[in-house]
Design a binder for this molecule. Structure first.
Ligand code: NAD
Length: 479
């Protein structure tokens, strides 16, 4: 399949532009290592123009009738669905995931936009009973212009979660997606613009991430900082926001435990775990990543997981039948391999994988590590790659202790046939998201988000707009 990569532009105050500067960075295809595009970097003057546009556009969008805002956003969702095949191709070129996954992601996030747009029509306030002379009410209003920063692992999913919620709530946005996967973000923003989102409501910038975040967060125009990415960067941005007393929405990393209980079917569980583990080459914040298996099932689970890992077809995501692409960048290739080699040095055994595939591109073999010492780095640091470390337990209390031992709490998984055990998992696992007997991903209809250092705030579900709305009490003396 031969596909072309689109030209990348910034969007400032409704104009697609290369910006006022001369700096840029390359977009690299993780399959070939070749440069496929160029991202223009915004200057401080460009950022100021984007901020001013977001400030001007905010009251325009806030005061657009809700039904009209929702109609525009639904139109954008339709455009994105129509364009999903083309968007998917660009995403595979820049990020590496298989084309089916990429196209599916573009289609799925159109659903996120529709869901959030409909939620805007239900952003109810309330009337509080009081005396006959007073009307006491509570309304929920858009917080104001939002600065949003999103990463490269879901080039459509991450920007859309921020854009859909912010726009549905009535906020304007300055969005900085990853410089490594810019084309998908551009395509989504194009749909919004063509659907009729007024100029200045969405501004799209790329550049040097710390320069951009420092400048935007410090600006008094910005009222909310929304970030998806790593915990260290999240902490930096949250600290900058705190200095200005600005609220944040933080969707950070995790290191999801998977407890395979004594009553689970080890082969069924291993197949489900493999499906969840190797999707997007493990570069998912909710990826199952610490497998804690009852000793009675351990051998059968490891064998089935190893078989499933060996069966994953790795290659160029544009080719038919490929199930896992390369890692998205060379940083991850090095980081994943370091964690695997450290685990082996610490005493873990590789049952499959544990090495790069080929010399070109960022391909890493689906990897299973058994008997991993709990003090190996991979049991403490998020692998964000196609690696499954497995450990055994005999007492469920030990499984809970291992699962809850880290400062993270995004996703967790459990496999059990017992409703009572499932309820215990729900009560006791420290995570914002729990899946039982499957490893399926997030849906627009339900909230996602973490506890502990994995962040705060929720995206999706009936909670989708919460971070983007402020609650105002209005007390009206009638006579
Ligand atoms: P990173 O922390 O350098 O970057 C993560 C994202 O944050 C990138 O998109 C980057 O452009 C952006 N970023 C970095 N510094 C920033 C700053 N000062 N201001 C604004 N944005 C900034 O790491 P990376 O090498 O890209 O990814 C490595 C780790 O990040 C992974 O191991 C994983 O833990 C985490 N990560 C998490 C998610 C998630 O969905 N929660 C997504 C991608 C990466």
């Amino acid at each position: 399949m031969s596909v072309s990569y689109p030209e990348i532009r910034l969007l400032i105050d409704g104009e697609w532009t290369k910006g006022s500067g001369t700096e840029s960075s390359p977009v690299v295809n993780p399959v070939t290592g070749e440069t496929i595009g160029t991202v223009p970097h915004a200057t401080i003057a460009d950022l100021d123009a984007a901020l001013a546009a977001a400030e001007r556009a905010f009251p325009v969008w806030r005061d657009t009738p809700v039904a009209e805002r929702a109609r525009i956003l639904r139109t954008a969702a339709r455009l994105l669905r129509e364009r999903a095949p083309r968007v998917g191709e660009a995403m595979t070129l820049e990020q590496g995931k298989p084309i089916k996954e990429a196209t599916g992601e573009a289609q799925r996030v159109a659903g996120t936009l529709e869901w959030d747009a409909e939620e805007s029509r239900r952003a109810y306030g309330r009337i509080i009973p009081t005396d006959p002379d007073t009307q006491l009410s509570v309304i929920r209003q858009p917080i104001g212009p939002v600065a949003a920063f999103v990463p490269w692992n879901f080039p459509a999913g991450s920007p859309m979660r921020k854009l859909a919620a912010a726009l549905s709530a009535g906020c304007s946005v300055v969005l900085k997606p990853s410089e490594e996967t810019p084309a998908t973000a551009v395509a989504i923003v194009e749909c919004l613009v063509e659907a009729g989102v007024p100029k200045g409501v969405v501004n799209l910038v790329f550049g040097n991430p710390p320069t951009i975040s420092e400048h935007l967060i410090a600006s008094p125009i910005i009222r909310l900082v929304a970030f998806t990415g790593s915990i260290p960067v999240g902490k930096q941005l949250a600290a900058m926001a705190a200095a200005q007393m600005k609220p944040t929405l933080m969707e950070l990393g995790g290191h999801a435990p998977v407890i395979i209980c004594a009553d689970a079917d080890p082969v069924k569980a291993a197949k489900a775990c493999a499906a969840g583990k190797f999707v997007n080459a493990g570069q998912v914040c909710t990826s199952p990543s610490r497998f804690i298996v009852h000793e009675s099932l351990y051998e059968r689970f490891v064998e089935a997981l190893t078989e499933a890992a060996k069966a994953v077809k790795v290659g160029n995501g544009l080719k038919d039948g490929v199930q896992m692409g390369p890692l998205a960048n060379a940083r991850r290739l090095a980081a994943v391999d370091e964690l695997v080699q450290d685990a082996v040095r610490a005493g873990a055994t590789l049952t499959t994988g544990g090495h790069r595939i080929g010399e070109t591109g960022n391909f890493y073999a689906p990897t299973v590590l058994r008997d991993v010492p709990l003090d190996a780095r991979i049991m403490k640091e998020e692998p964000f790659g196609p690696v499954a470390p497995v450990v055994a337990f005999s007492d469920i209390e030990d499984a809970f202790a291992i699962a809850n031992s880290l400062p993270y709490g995004l996703a967790a998984y459990g496999f059990t046939e017992s409703a009572a055990t499932a309820a215990d998992l729900g009560r006791r696992l420290e995570a914002g998201i729990l899946s039982i007997n499957h490893t399926g991903g997030s849906v627009s209809e339900a909230p996602s988000g973490g506890v502990k250092e994995s962040g705060h705030g929720r995206e999706g579900g009936a909670e989708a707009l919460d971070a983007y709305l402020v609650t105002k009490r209005i007390s009206h003396r009638l006579r």
